[in-house]
Design a protein around this ligand. Structure first.
Ligand code: A2P
Length: 276
């Protein structure tokens, strides 16, 4: 099975990456080093996580070549707007210790501020200048993406949203399919809450001799979603990548999908409130 997927800008990107939300800088450095040495080739951070320095250190310490690692980071809400975004990018790149970033995303649309099209223009410029390879968004609803396309003619390469067997994001995934946008999943394991011990997950895991996390990650891959599981536990980090050597059948996919829909572990972007 291929471990990469082509984005709509032609760049190849891994089908699975490491998340580091709510991980301190030192722990992030260790997790990133462990992950890269285990074979991960993508790491997802954000300026608001406060661990970009640690992520950069982990990459440097891993011994894996910079050009072989896909680094994803995001512009925070307070830095939206054209000039502020360019400054925020410089700060993120400096913290990471990198002269380019592979994927730079708008973290939340914050429609009430109305700045995200200007933020998007700044991302387009960073890409044109070669400081960012691919540009994308996070927590965007189809309406927000439509506005970006209408105003700039540039569709995001990725949209990173909360997605797991308790929240399928069917409307967003269908929209992405129409526009060639790759869906990335944050909290793909449902933040470890509930889903991993659900009896449907346990049954499928047992049938395959796999862990619950592995079958949930397999569910993502077979939906065409790029999961970004977070872990700071070396054994889990390694296990979460070992998901390319087995396959769920249609009935098993349905068992996981039937767990439910609409169960969020994070904020609901469609409510259009400003998360800070
Ligand atoms: P930890 O980081 O202590 O290993 P999500 O990516 O959905 O937000 O889930 C992250 C949560 O799930 C973290 O609490 C993480 O714990 C836990 N986790 C990650 N991988 C596994 C796994 N393979 N088995 C059980 N829990 C996991």
């Amino acid at each position: 099975a291929s471990t990469t997927v082509a984005l709509n800008d032609g760049v190849e990107t891994p089908r699975l990456g490491l998340g580091v939300f709510q991980v301190g800088p030192d722990e992030a450095a260790a997790a990133v080093r462990t992950a890269l040495q285990a074979g991960y080739r993508m790491v997802d951070t954000a300026s608001v996580y406060g661990n970009e320095k640690g992520v950069g250190r982990g990459i440097a310490e891993s011994g894996v070549a910079r050009e072989d690692v896909v680094v994803v980071t995001k512009v925070w809400n307070d830095d939206q707007g054209y000039d502020a975004t360019l400054r925020a990018f410089d700060a993120s790149a400096a913290a990471l210790g990198l002269d380019y970033v592979d994927q730079y995303l708008i973290h939340w649309p914050r429609p009430r501020l109305g700045l995200y099209p200007q933020t998007w223009r700044a991302l387009c410029r960073l890409r044109d200048e070669g400081r960012v390879r691919s540009i994308g968004v996070s927590n965007f609803e189809p309406e927000h993406i439509e506005r970006l396309i209408a105003e700039t003619g540039v569709a995001p390469a990725v949209n990173q949203v909360e997605l797991h067997p308790g929240l399928h994001q069917g409307r967003i995934r269908a929209f992405h399919a129409d526009h060639g946008i790759v869906t990335q999943a944050w909290s793909p394991l449902g933040r470890g809450q509930g889903f991993l011990s659900h009896r449907a997950v346990a049954a499928v895991a047992e049938a395959h001799g796999r862990t619950p996390a592995q079958v949930v990650l397999r569910w993502h891959l077979q939906l065409g979603v790029v999961p970004l599981p977070k872990s700071v536990t070396p054994e889990r980090i390694r296990g979460n990548l070992d998901v390319f050597g087995f396959e769920l059948d249609a009935a098993e996919m349905d068992l996981l999908t039937d767990i439910g829909d609409g169960y969020r572990v994070g904020p609901d972007p469609s409510l259009l409130f400003d998360v800070s």
